[in-house]
Design a protein around this ligand. Structure first.
Ligand code: F6R
Length: 242
């Protein structure tokens, strides 16, 4: 594993953008695995800046996102499709037909997951997978569990996640109770994995995930077994690592 220690969030975002930009430049028809959440927002902003300067061309890139809430439409501003459109896709020349997010509106979980697995297979797998890290070690919506789930699956959100999300919705009924997520096996098959972490609140889980035992109770810990992982974090997030 390669660790890149950065001064702060902006520096982390620029370094992560460097790695994604290098991937796009070296393989213009690459498959990027993308993440939502607050951590990669600055990375996407930086990529958009470089696109605006004429330094990047996304026209032959394919993107495959990690996850989506079940039941949310792409127009819902809490959906991950909406997030990706807002933060990246609408600002660069990526072909919308080549941007994939699990279909939150497919009520049949088996169908939704099988379709997404087929998308990943047809794309030939993922060249570079961008990941954020949950406070409990989750990656995508792969929460602590007794097993590492291999492929795309439907997850029951924990009550604490449902409660935390409720502030974004008009009523409790509208809050998603489930999500579709890429599996750990698929993430591990990505040729390269880029993990971004920022802030003191992530320091303990960074230590547990990358220097503790490899266990499905800390899903990100499996990344210790991947042969090409780059962890880009600011000083605070990396403050507890040996
Ligand atoms: C996002 C995702 C999540 C986040 C994680 C960290 O698509 O799959 O695993 O990466 O929850 O979120 P932030 O970056 O908001 O701390």
């Amino acid at each position: 594993m390669q660790i890149i220690k950065t001064r702060d969030y902006d520096h982390m975002s620029r370094m992560a953008a460097n790695i994604i930009a290098a991937q796009v430049i070296m393989k213009p028809d690459c498959v990027l695995g993308l993440a939502t959440g607050s951590t990669p927002v600055g990375t996407y902003e930086e990529l958009v800046r470089r696109y605006d300067k004429g330094e990047l061309d996304f026209s032959t890139v394919t993107s495959i996102n990690l996850d989506e809430y079940k039941g949310l439409s792409p127009e819902n501003d809490q959906s991950y499709r909406y997030f990706m459109n807002t933060h990246l896709f609408s600002h660069v020349n990526i072909d919308p037909e080549k941007t994939y997010v699990p279909n939150g509106l497919e009520p049949d979980s088996e169908k939704a997951c099988a379709a997404y697995n087929a998308v990943i297979r047809q794309a030939g797998g993922i060249d570079l997978q961008l990941l954020g890290l949950g406070h409990n070690g989750h990656i995508g919506f792969n929460e602590p569990s007794d097993i590492f789930e291999k492929e795309t699956h439907c997850v029951d959100l924990t009550q604490s996640t449902i409660d935390a999300n409720s502030r974004f919705f008009a009523s409790m009924d509208e809050v998603p109770k489930q999500a579709y997520t890429m599996g750990i096996g698929t993430i591990m098959q990505a040729k390269k994995v880029l993990v971004v972490v920022s802030g003191k609140a992530k320091a303990q889980i960074v230590k547990d995930a990358f220097f503790g035992p490899c266990t499905p109770q800390v899903p990100a810990s499996i990344l210790q077994l991947h042969s090409d992982v780059i962890l880009v974090g600011d000083e605070e997030a990396l403050s507890l690592i040996p």
